[in-house]
Design a protein around this ligand. Structure first.
Ligand SMILES: [Mg+2]
Ligand SMILES: [Zn+2]
Length: 274
């Protein structure tokens, strides 16, 4: 049975170095209004309200897209995305940002076509030419019931749906993320999968606080260069292991690497993959 390598990326502070929502709010001078309303609205509704404000100020969706193009995306991360795609991996994004922001940034950097799916809060331009942002899950009509995740998106359930799709193909996941919203999907990974938490960010802290809860093999990263180098090594490692015919030897090597992560993360080391 052929193995599909599914590489799932978070977006904010993983693919881009900033948070795309906060980037637009700050660059567009909306920080004061944002902070005033922060405690009164769920995040997605708050961003929709910010887009309403921009529309009332005469700022077009084209202006918003231009602003997003200035968000930093590390060249090594662009290279990693292109390489993983060309190696035949199935690349997906699961993000609590929104479709308009993500697509504007990825298109600008020429990598939107590398992803088979961008799963996020829908963003669209309405009949008044205003950008609207709506929740991925409608919490009133279809609550996801996960206590780890915000009401608008459970990334873990999305990972489960991806795993369940194309059941005829064996899938091995590499999940790359930084935030607390990336913890639920991390718990859904299996021992033949990998998780790449950004070092010293919330996901990394949660994994470090209870390693036994995570079945997947952990590889931390700090810089774009590290992300690229580790991702390429993991893809090659999975390819070399083929269809995982000997699962017992895979499991023992996974356990070993986990122990190394526990003992080394305090020393600021990245795991050797060779
Ligand atoms: Mg993030
Ligand atoms: Zn969840």
């Amino acid at each position: 049975m052929a193995t599909t390598v599914v590489v799932v990326f978070d977006f904010d502070r993983t693919i881009i170095d900033d948070d795309s929502d906060r980037w637009v709010v700050t660059e567009m001078g909306l920080s004061q209004l944002f902070n005033e309303l922060r405690s009164t609205l769920p995040w997605t509704s708050l961003m929709d309200r910010m887009m309403k404000e921009l529309h009332s100020l005469g700022i077009s969706t084209k202006d918003i897209a231009e602003c997003l193009k200035r968000a930093r995306l590390h060249p090594s991360i662009i290279a990693a995305i292109k390489s993983a795609h060309s190696l035949g991996c199935d690349l997906r994004i699961i993000s609590d940002a929104n479709q308009f922001f993500i697509e504007a940034i990825l298109e600008h950097h020429g990598v939107l076509g590398c992803f088979s799916q961008v799963i996020t809060n829908p963003g669209f331009v309405d009949e008044e030419s205003r950008l609207r942002i709506v929740p991925f899950h409608d919490s009133s009509s279809s609550p996801h019931g996960c206590h780890l995740c915000p009401s608008n998106m459970c990334k873990g359930s999305v990972v489960g749906q991806i795993r369940g799709s194309f059941p005829e193909r064996k899938k091995r996941f590499i999940y790359i993320g930084d935030g607390s919203g990336d913890y639920c999907p991390t718990l859904k990974l299996e021992k033949s999968d990998f998780v790449m938490p950004r070092k010293n960010f919330p996901l990394w802290n949660r994994i470090c606080s209870n390693q036994t809860a995570v079945s997947a093999v952990v590889h931390q990263w700090s810089s774009g260069e590290e992300l690229e180098s580790i991702l390429m090594k993991l893809i090659k490692k999975i390819s070399a292991e083929g269809s995982v015919s000997d699962s017992s030897s895979l499991n023992s090597s996974a356990s070993l690497e986990k122990v190394q992560f526990c003992s080394q993360h305090a020393l600021s080391h990245t795991l050797p993959l060779d």
